[in-house]
Ligand binder design. Structure first.
Ligand SMILES: *[C@@H]1O[C@H](CO)[C@@H](O)[C@H](O)[C@H]1NC(C)=O
Ligand SMILES: *[C@@H]1O[C@H](CO)[C@@H](O)[C@H](O)[C@H]1NC(C)=O
Ligand SMILES: *[C@@H]1O[C@H](CO)[C@@H](O)[C@H](O)[C@H]1NC(C)=O
Length: 275
C-alpha cells in the first residue's frame, strides 16, 4: 500500500506551495472519478473548474470516495466550493444534486436515485447557500440496500442558466427520493457546465454480489498527464482481480486493485491529515 502514502505525501507540499492554484487537486478529482467509474457510469466526461467539499456534522470534511456510514451522512452537509484558480468566478445561480450511482458494475440503466436536487443555489464566500433556492428534493441521506455493495453517491454543482425553468416532472418541491434519468434532466434543464463534484461511498452490510474492482489514484503521475482518463494507476494490491463473476464487471481494461484499497486510500488520507 505504498501508493497510499505516495498520494498523501505528493499532495501535501504542492498544496502548501500553491495555495491559490489547485490544478493538481483538479487532476486528482478527475482521476478519482475515472478510477471509481463515475466517469463514464454517470458522466461522459469531467473537467471541473472548482473543487467541491462536503462537511458532515460530526465527521468534518470528507475526501473523494471516502467510505462513510449512513448515520454519518444522515444530515445535510455544508458544501463548499474552491475555484481552481483566480480566473474562475463563482457568481450566478447553480443547481446542486446528489445521485446514487450504485456499486461499480451495477445495472443503472433504469436511472439513478435522486437524493438531493436544489435549483437556484448560490455561492457565498465559497459556501453553497440555499437561501433563495428551490428544493425539488431536499437532502435525503444515503440508504443503500443491505448487501448491495459500496454505493457511489455523487454530489454535483452545475451552472444554472438565467433562462432556467424546471423541466416537466421537476416543477414541484419536496419530491421524494426516486430514480431519474440524470443525463436527461441535465440536458433538458440546459445545465451545460458542471462546475465541481465529488463523491462518497456508503455501504450497508456485507456485499453478497461480487463487486467490480477499481484502481487507486496515484497523484505522482498526474503532473505529467494531460489526458484525464489515463491518469490513473493500479495499486499494489493483489487481493482482488477483475475476473469477478458479475456480468458487468468486465468493462475495464485497466489494471485493477480492490474497492477495499479505495476505502483504505480515503482512510489513509484522513490519517495523514490528522497526523
Ligand atoms: C484556471 O482553471 C481552469 C479550470 O481548471 C483552467 O481551465 C484554466 O486554464 C486555469 N487558468 C489558469 C490561468 O491557470
Ligand atoms: C436549506 O438547507 C437547510 C439545511 O442545510 C434545510 O433545512 C432547508 O430546508 C434548505 N432549504 C432549501 C430551500 O433547500
Ligand atoms: C462483458 O460482459 C458483457 C455482459 O455479460 C458481455 O456482453 C461482453 O461480451 C463482455 N465483454 C468482454 C470483453 O468479456
Amino acid at each position: 500500500m505504498i501508493y497510499i502514502s505516495v498520494l498523501a505525501l505528493a499532495l501535501a507540499p504542492f498544496v502548501a506551495a500553491q495555495s491559490t492554484d489547485h490544478a493538481l487537486d483538479i487532476k486528482a478529482i478527475e482521476a478519482h472519478f475515472t478510477q471509481s467509474h463515475v466517469v463514464p457510469d454517470l458522466l461522459s466526461s469531467f473537467n471541473p473548474s472548482a473543487l467541491l467539499s462536503l462537511n458532515f456534522a460530526g465527521v468534518g470534511d470528507v475526501t473523494p470516495g471516502q467510505p462513510l456510514t449512513k448515520e454519518q451522512v444522515g444530515t445535510t452537509p455544508v458544501v463548499t466550493v474552491t475555484p481552481a484558480n483566480s480566473s474562475v468566478q463563482l457568481s450566478g445561480t447553480y443547481t446542486l444534486a446528489m445521485v446514487d450511482v450504485d456499486a461499480v458494475g451495477a445495472d443503472i440503466s433504469k436511472g439513478v436515485n435522486r437524493h438531493w436536487l436544489v435549483n437556484g443555489v448560490t455561492v457565498s464566500s465559497s459556501t453553497v447557500s440555499n437561501s433563495s433556492a428551490t428544493a425539488i428534493t431536499p437532502y435525503a441521506g444515503p440508504w443503500p440496500a443491505a448487501g448491495s455493495g459500496p454505493h457511489r453517491y455523487v454530489v454535483l454543482l452545475y451552472e444554472q442558466p438565467s433562462t432556467f425553468s424546471a423541466p416537466e416532472g421537476f416543477t414541484q418541491t419536496g419530491l421524494p427520493v426516486a430514480p431519474m434519468d440524470f443525463a436527461a434532466y441535465v440536458q433538458s434543464s440546459g445545465l451545460t457546465s458542471l462546475v465541481a463534484a465529488t463523491y462518497i461511498t456508503v455501504e450497508e452490510g456485507t456485499a453478497t454480489a461480487s463487486i467490480s474492482a477499481t484502481s487507486a489514484v496515484v497523484t505522482s503521475t498526474l503532473g505529467q498527464s494531460s489526458s484525464h482518463g489515463s491518469s490513473t494507476a493500479s495499486g499494489t494490491s493483489s487481493s482482488a482481480s477483475a475476473t469477478g463473476s458479475t456480468p458487468a464487471n468486465n468493462g475495464s481494461s485497466r489494471t485493477l486493485s480492490s474497492v477495499a484499497a479505495m476505502s483504505l486510500l480515503g482512510a489513509a488520507i484522513i490519517t495523514f491529515i490528522a497526523a
